[in-house]
Design a protein around this ligand. Structure first.
Ligand code: FE2
Ligand code: FE2
Length: 244
């Protein structure tokens, strides 16, 4: 298992591990994002199984024990399976997640008390980098779901939004809505609900210049247009489900 590193923005790194056995023949990627600063933040702790490989990748960029924040989109193994492994090797590290996730899972499951992030709350990482947490309950799944926006680079860390199969280039300016529709048709991983369009269009108001996918490439370009395209597709699915 090899974790590859790509710098997708100034001080912002994508760590990507490809697993050919999931969704063959295309395979599937699991990505984490490391944001450097006085208080480095890792978005997605990764699976416990992948921890040695991801730790080795982090160590090529910073001493892993310097990690200060472990954040993720929702409570699920690929998002946070290894959070306690990170807490064990990084004495200053703290899990940071939305109120729902902390109360429902993390206050019990994290080995140290998490920091609760309110909707819209920011963490100043130093060196000009700041992340904003946004609640996206049940979107694409998980009551506790949320995303993180890195303000300096205009990068939305999308979590499972726009999930796609395959192992394409780390960076793309090509369509990411079509591959996301295909993956939704394949996996049915989203919890279709009436609030989806509104919540995803609210993310579009950030006008992100970059969309960092947990399972897929990092898209650079008109992030708002891509988010509107995804919201429109969910609206279509919900209308179709309601009319049955
Ligand atoms: Fe997920
Ligand atoms: Fe995921």
């Amino acid at each position: 298992m090899e974790t590859r590193i790509t710098e997708i923005g100034d001080g912002l790194y994508r760590l990507s591990t490809f697993v050919p056995d999931i969704a063959p023949p295309d395979g599937f990627t699991f990505n984490q994002f490391l944001i450097l600063g006085d208080e480095p933040l890792l978005f997605h702790a990764g699976l416990r199984l992948m921890f040695p490989s991801i730790r080795t990748a982090v160590a090529r960029l910073i001493p892993p024990e310097k990690l200060r924040w472990i954040a993720f989109g929702h409570y699920e193994a690929d998002e946070c399976g290894a959070m306690n492994d990170w807490l064990a090797i990084a004495p200053q590290a703290m899990v940071a997640h939305g109120r729902t996730g902390c109360y429902v899972s993390l206050n019990d499951m994290a080995d140290r008390s998490p920091r609760i992030l309110e909707d819209g709350e920011t963490i100043d990482l130093g060196k000009g980098r700041r992340v904003r947490y946004l609640d996206t309950p049940h979107i694409p799944h998980g009551w506790d779901a949320g995303v993180l926006y890195e303000e300096a680079s205009g990068t939305l860390l999308c979590g499972d939004l726009f999930t796609q199969i395959g192992d394409r280039a780390a960076l793309t300016d090509r369509d990411i809505v079509g591959p996301a529709i295909d993956a939704e048709d394949m996996f049915r991983f989203s919890s279709l609900n009436p609030g989806m369009g509104k919540t995803i269009r609210r993310l579009a108001e950030l006008a992100p210049r970059s969309l960092a996918l947990m399972h897929g490439p990092t898209f650079t370009g008109d992030g708002a247009a891509a988010l509107h395209g995804l919201a429109d597709d969910y609206d279509r699915r919900i209308r179709a489900a309601m009319s049955q």
